[in-house]
Design a protein around this ligand. Structure first.
Ligand code: PLP
Length: 393
């Protein structure tokens, strides 16, 4: 198919919910994507933090191919060995005493987390607690409940009325003022992604954790973007030295196969019939995720992930030093960004970078965001920044 044909069919038949760049990719290799015309791009976006092991990964392809020959799906009416093994793996990597529910996306994992909090507030207190506090510049998803949990007002236009019981705090300090005797949980991203690659201050998070524990309020961490080694650790919660009650994961744990997970310390809260998903945790997604996590675990253990993080950081420093377009570097691990002087510069840099053969993302009002595959090679990093520098210096 030619690009013109794709454009024509897409504009006729697909709902225009995305402000799409008019480009279509055909295949990928490592951290490199090829478009329909055969032009190559270094991908510093990995499908918004999804393609954690890059493109064309042979180990992942083999696992997927083998699994498609055996079984893709049976439903959750029956035991699923791959699902059980993936849950074990996630719990072991987390180091927390938890169990897992599987969903298909970040929003769906967060919905599960919200339902867990509501049941916790219902069964544990004589007066029901149902309020969930979230932060002003957060992003938690596009379903009605996760949209309402999302603190950015711009996402709320058109879609009211929303489910009740979400309270927005303007900052971590403001959370304390928002807590009352109906609060069941506080739900936060430790490193806000869509909101602008903002890492919450560690001491303040730790202080809040203690406070919530004393008040028997759940600390729920949305690690949909920050999880699966994106921060350099398996969970950003590890970097922060906290022990959350509930964690939501998605994106990078599937390496491109849709999967979400809710991990909870409250292991008996959900009982049969309380929650479910037709596709959640099926053979295909859980076999893929096991393989992705094995690869990433090895990358971490060998020190290769840390080397990439350091090289990336060094290249971002150079960009900051040599370009007038940016104010500062933000983020953690390979969830990083450059704060542009204004929103117009942000837009121009992203568009021109694409033209020059490197994919970067936007975040917040003026952040140019980088979420490269966690397996990106040294050469790919260097080449990507060579192309990027042409745009910014
Ligand atoms: C922190 C966070 N939570 C939730 C979501 C929603 O995930 P999904 O688009 O898979 O529903 C996102 C997506 O960007 C996210 O970054």
């Amino acid at each position: 198919m030619t690009l013109e044909e794709v454009k024509e069919i897409d504009s006729t038949y697909v709902m225009p919910t995305y402000g799409r760049m008019q480009i279509a990719f055909e295949r990928g290799e490592g951290a490199r994507l090829y478009d329909l015309q055969g032009r190559d791009y270094i991908d510093f976006g990995s499908g918004i933090g999804v393609n954690s092991v890059g493109y064309g990964n042979q180990r992942l392809s083999k696992v997927l191919a083998d699994q498609t020959h055996k079984l893709l799906h049976t439903s959750n009416l029956y035991l699923i060995p791959q699902q059980a093994l993936l849950a074990k793996k996630l719990v072991e990597l987390s180091g927390y005493d938890m169990n897992v529910f599987f969903a298909n996306s970040g929003a769906e994992a967060n919905e599960g987390m919200i339902k867990l909090a509501r049941k916790y507030g219902e069964v544990n207190f004589s007066k029901k607690r149902y309020k969930i506090i979230t932060l002003a510049s957060s992003f938690h998803g596009r379903t009605l409940a996760t949209l309402k949990a999302t603190g950015q007002e711009s996402y709320h236009r058109f879609f009211s009325p929303f489910p009740d019981g979400f309270v927005i705090a303007q900052s971590l300090q403001d959370v304390y003022a928002k807590i009352d005797d109906e609060t069941c949980a506080v739900m936060i991203e430790l490193i806000q992604g869509e909101g602008g690659i903002y890492a919450l201050p560690k001491e303040e998070v730790q202080k809040l954790e203690k406070h919530l524990r004393n008040k028997e309020i759940l600390l729920m961490i949305d690690e949909v973007q920050s999880g699966a080694y994106r921060s350099g650790e398996f969970l950003a919660s590890h970097l922060y030295g906290i022990s959350p009650d509930v964690i939501a994961l998605a994106k990078g744990i599937g390496g491109g196969v849709p999967i979400g997970a809710v991990m909870s310390k409250h292991k008996d809260l959900f009982q049969a019939g309380d929650h479910g998903s037709t596709f959640g945790g099926n053979f295909l997604s859980t076999s893929a995720s096991q393989c992705v996590l094995e690869i990433l675990e090895e990358e971490k253990a060998s020190g290769a992930l840390q080397e990439r993080i350091e090289l990336f950081d060094h290249k971002l420093e150079e960009c900051l030093r040599d370009s007038q377009k940016f104010i500062k570097k933000v983020g953690v691990g390979l969830m990083v960004g450059l704060e542009a002087r204004d929103a117009q510069i942000q837009r121009e840099v992203i568009n021109q970078a694409l033209e020059s053969g490197v994919i970067v993302l936007r975040a917040g009002k003026n952040i140019v965001r980088f979420l490269p595959p966690l397996t990106i090679s040294r050469e790919e990093i260097l080449e990507g920044f060579e192309r990027f520098r042409k745009v910014i210096v």
